[in-house]
Design a protein around this ligand. Structure first.
Ligand code: NAP
Length: 244
């Protein structure tokens, strides 16, 4: 489904990002991972993805640093020739009640989750526009749709991602570039390990259980493929019905 396409996935060394890389690679896409983790950790992800027989390369980069992002995006375009798919997936949490949340923790989450996606999009905007083809997939969260206690920073960043998605979609729709957002609910990754056994939380999910990274990757594949060519500016939940 993605033969001859090149995908860039931020935060692609583990969790949802790694699963998206694997799914895209199985479907024929070359993969560029952009992740803050050191080369050793990126190497095991690269080997896992490369089992699909596609070109894979990892780049260590803090997406919150605009200069690093510009440098890495330039390098990716030089290494792969072009980019067809961008998945803005890198994200962090620094939860606390607003009363106790420091300005630094508010900024840190906005810088990675929202500004990181902006920087990446900015750098691939012109190449995709020139190519008259592109798929940008932003990973939001149900927190960005309905807010969450202790997550003013995170929910703001993920609500911001929805605004970024719709603005990008409108700016690039006539240029053949689609931009959509995925809003996951509770997914079993390192981000949620501390509350995966919380029965009260499970009760808040109509389907009664957490999702898997594969559930998000399946939708990402659809949004990256030609099957979704007439869909843009959309926000799709993968949450077992939680934010219904
Ligand atoms: P994860 O397992 O923590 O993976 C996130 C990846 O992004 C990690 O490899 C992380 O590195 C990397 N990263 C963090 N900061 C970065 C930076 N500044 N620059 C580049 N890479 C960076 O998280 P996940 O659960 O897969 O989450 C992926 C995305 O889904 C996030 O945007 C998250 O907000 C969103 N999401 C997750 C859930 C969920 O339930 N898991 C629900 C809704 C939305 P380190 O590990 O070194 O920090």
């Amino acid at each position: 489904m993605l033969r001859n396409k090149i995908a860039v996935v931020t935060g692609g060394s583990q969790g949802i990002g790694l699963e998206i890389c694997k799914k895209f690679a199985e479907n024929g896409a070359g993969i560029a991972i952009v992740d803050i983790n050191p080369p050793e950790k990126l190497e095991s992800a690269v080997q896992e993805i490369a089992q699909a027989g596609v070109q894979v390369k990892a780049y260590q980069c803090n997406v919150a640093d605009s200069a690093q992002v510009a440098e890495v995006c330039k390098q990716i375009l030089a290494d792969f020739g072009s980019v067809d798919i961008l998945v803005n997936n890198a994200g962090i949490t620094k939860d606390n009640l607003i009363l106790r949340m420091s300005e630094a923790d508010f900024d840190a989450v906005i810088d990675v989750n929202l500004k990181g996606a902006f920087y990446m999009t900015k750098n691939f905007y012109r190449p995709m526009m020139k190519k008259k083809y592109g798929k940008i997939i932003n990973i939001s969260s149900v927190s960005g749709i309905f807010g969450n206690i202790g997550q003013a920073n995170y929910a703001s960043s993920k609500a911001g991602i929805i605004g970024l998605t719709k603005s990008t979609a409108k700016e690039l729709a006539a240029k053949g570039v689609c931009c959509n957002a995925i809003a996951p609910g509770f997914i079993m990754t390192s981000m949620t390990t501390s509350f995966q056994d919380n029965e009260e939380l499970k009760k808040s999910i109509p389907m009664g259980h957490f999702g898997k990274p594969e559930d998000v990757a399946a939708l990402a594949l659809f949004l990256a493929s030609p099957q979704s060519d007439f869909i843009t500016g959309e926000v799709i939940r993968v949450d077992g019905g939680m934010a219904m």
